[in-house]
Design a protein around this ligand. Sequence first.
Ligand code: HEM
Length: 507
Amino acid sequence: MALFTAPVLLGAVVVAALVWLVSRLRSADAAVPGPVLNLFSSLPLKYQEFCGNRTQYIHQLHRRYGSVVRLAPGEVAFASLPALKEIYLSHGSGYDKTSFYHLFKQYSTPTMFSTLDKQTHSKRRRLLADRYANSNVLKADAVAGIRERAQNFATAAAQAPNQTHDTYISLHSFAFDGVTHHLFHPFGSNALRNAEDENVMREVSFDNTLPRRLLEYYCPSGLPTKFLDLFGLLPSPRSVPRAKQIVLDAVDATLDGVAREEKGEKSDAPGPADFTLLARLRDPALGLSRMQIAAECMDHMAAGIETTGDVLCWLMWQLSQPACRGIQDRLYAELRENDDPAKYDSLPYLNAVLKEGLRLYASIPMSLPRHVPAGGRFIDGTWLPEGTIVSCQPYTMHRFDEDVFPNPDEFNPDRWLGTDPELDAEMNRRFFAFSSGGRGCLGKHLAMAEMKMLLQEVYQRFETVMGDTDGKPADMSFSDQIISSRPKDQRCMLKFVPRVSDEGVQT
Ligand code: HEM
């Protein structure tokens, strides 16, 4: 009994604390620059995450401590090209993802994006990759659907009262319609013209469950969540019933067609178009269950709404600032000279404007966490043991090296039109908006096509300026969500002023 007296217990606690202190001081991350507190606790980082400020916090740490910085015990961030290559490109798809990605299961089912290990992931990716290859994205009926949505957007802008409307809403509707066209056509959405579909988009885009989801991830026992729920201190759990239903309806209609085919029955109901994701997933040879198909579709749908919608929103807001009037005029001149819609992919200034938008306003600006593999690794000269969480973040990769990106916070499309091939190559190597390697964005070509067509339809017809905000300009600063960021106020009033051509005719 004497074994458990207070002094003995106190002594045990002190010894344990000392052992922990020494182990922390001798750990590999102790040799990495960063705030002292972060060597002993992950609370400073978690606090910033709960405030939706992780990206900016890490960026400030890089500015203070350099290209490698300690974020928390066992977690280190990098802002250099050698580190980016090692973490995301070594052996094709880089290091394995961390369990953070389990947050992205859909219908409680793993998807390609939430799969952690390389082998399982690359098997699924190989099955789906051709759906997003440029050659498939550019197929006539795939492009026609996106073009139609971009025209719907421009028509809605022209018809808005006083030609002013909340572009945050309409751009997310456009992104929703664009991605569902590519996933499900003819079962895609029409949120730009149909209020019910717009509500589905709102359900996904106005999700406010960040603190709850982070708490559930960090405290899987669920006790803190239950405790805070007693006092109503957490938002309700994430709920997207309409979005889930729209996906299940498309999947069920498709599988019904497959079942009929197998029975040799004829059906007048259309199946998914050849270019769609569903047309691939429906193949019985893949052996995917109804819920596996639905989960994969849901994941791609979510991946295509926020990202594309947010980048376009930030970019059009930026272009609508008085200082960017000259940029809009140059863009208009290029679009007028090349008024064949099919040319959208070969216009250098349009490409430069979009790339600069993606550089400054990458909608996934946050660090993308990976585990150091077995045996540990040297990353850009820093030794880190197996299991350390390492990452780079697009926000910092696009700003940190000022020799490559001079005046990094300035919106300057000209930097992408440079005549110095070496500098161009350096910029492109650091361009990380879609991540890199075998786990980089699968939908990149689709996203680029959507964004170019939308900008083409808008800026060949309109000049955009800041709309009336009732004296309360929207806060467009970055608000981090689970992995993407969005403009804080989720509102962006822009006015679409019709252009008058040289002949005095409205274009
Ligand atoms: C401007 C628009 C977009 C941006 C900036 C963007 C960015 C990214 C980034 C950074 C990743 C890697 C994330 C990570 O490693 O944690 C990613 C992955 C992914 N993106 Fe996008 N994305 C965009 C649009 C789209 C669209 C339209 C789709 C269409 C379905 C899409 C589908 C995917 C998928 C399926 C993955 C997972 C790839 C894998 O795990 O192998 N994205 N995206």
